[in-house]
Design a binder for this molecule. Structure first.
Ligand code: UDP
Ligand code: MG
Length: 323
């Protein structure tokens, strides 16, 4: 297949406990690959340490169809890391990242390819609707984008997931950023290049359970903010200065008042309020500093981002580990 000069498109699918949908996904992708004969396709399934039969299904699919490749991570690393592992191993001239649960319709891929041929490098799919998601999830996601956007200078695309087509040069750019606590959604914006938005309706999950919970979401949000901006640290300093100025003015007022009217003992309540309030603010800012310090500590260890157990039939020896 490789000897012809058709372009190769990799479809990268991170999957964690997706035994219920993989075959359905394969059917949809197979249709797509068979219909678009002007391109060669590679489907790279990344098994992110699933505890169910996901890996077996991937192996069976590869036996059936050699366009399928799979990468088995040594344990569950989370979707962000599963994606960079996939980017490291994909061969395509362009890569489409897509969720395993068919929430992102593969039928959109030909449109993405069309724009890619027109010269766009990063064609991302923006959700028009979010069916099958609770209002709470929609609301929190909306608030989150708002907060993130006020903190960061680079523009984060709203209502956009990881479903997108990336040109090879975007892939290389993403691969060059080896941070451990990855926030890929921000990295997509950070790399720049010619971006093109297409709209779609997000379907409900085809089967299986969402792997997200609010704990994970909160962590990802904090990662999103702390990996892209140090604005919170600056806010801490600014608020500190403002409070000091207020405190100084209040101090002058008390000194003058004491000189004029003598010492006035009551004032326990107001003192307690000020102590508790300032104590709280100090703890919050210590926490923020700690958050950044912790990130610096983690990144300074330069550990590999992931370990590969197996790439297709080949057992990985980890001799040439990722940087
Ligand atoms: N996923 C993964 N590792 C994880 C969690 C999720 O590779 O630790 C994959 C999952 O299999 C799916 C995609 O990431 O293909 C999105 O996950 P999910 O559908 O659970 O998230 P949601 O769509 O609810 O945001
Ligand atoms: Mg999903």
């Amino acid at each position: 297949m490789e000897q012809d000069n058709k372009k190769l498109i990799t479809i990268l699918v991170p999957a964690y406990n997706e035994e219920e949908v993989l075959e359905l996904l394969y059917e949809r992708l197979k249709n797509l690959m068979d219909e678009n004969i002007n391109y060669n396709f590679e489907v790279l399934l990344v098994n992110d340490g699933s505890k169910d039969k996901t890996l077996q299904i991937m192996q069976e699919l590869r036996i059936k169809d050699k366009r399928i490749s799979y990468l088995n991570l040594s344990r569950n690393f989370g979707k962000e890391i599963a994606m960079i592992a996939g980017l490291d191993y994909c061969k395509g001239d362009a890569v489409v990242i897509i969720d395993a649960d068919l929430q992102d319709p593969p039928e959109l891929i030909p449109e993405m390819i069309k724009y890619w041929e027109e010269g766009y490098d990063d064609i991302y799919a923006k959700r028009k609707t979010r069916e099958g998601e609770t209002w709470l999830k929609k609301f929190t996601s909306k608030m989150y984008y708002k907060i993130l956007q006020t903190f960061t200078k680079i523009e984060i695309q709203k209502d956009t997931g990881d479903f997108r087509l990336l040109d090879r040069r975007c892939v290389e750019a993403l691969k060059s950023m080896r941070e451990n606590q990855r926030y890929t959604k921000g990295l997509f914006s950070l790399i720049g290049y010619n971006k093109k938005e297409i709209l779609y309706d997000r379907d409900p999950r085809a089967a299986g359970q969402t792997k997200w919970n609010y704990g994970k979401l909160i962590n990802l949000s904090i990662d999103g903010i702390t990996s892209f901006t140090t604005t919170p640290l600056r806010w801490a300093a600014i608020i500190g200065v403002i409070i000091s100025i207020i405190g100084f003015i209040y101090m002058l007022y008390i000194i003058i008042k004491t000189l004029v009217t003598g010492i006035d003992v009551p004032g326990y309540a107001s003192m307690m309020v000020v102590i508790l309030f300032l104590g709280g603010i100090q703890l919050i800012f210590l926490g923020i500093i700690g958050e950044y310090l912790g990130r610096a500590f983690n990144e300074s260890k330069h550990r590999p981002l992931y370990f590969i157990e197996r790439y297709n039939e080949k057992k990985e020896t980890n001799e040439n580990l990722n940087k």
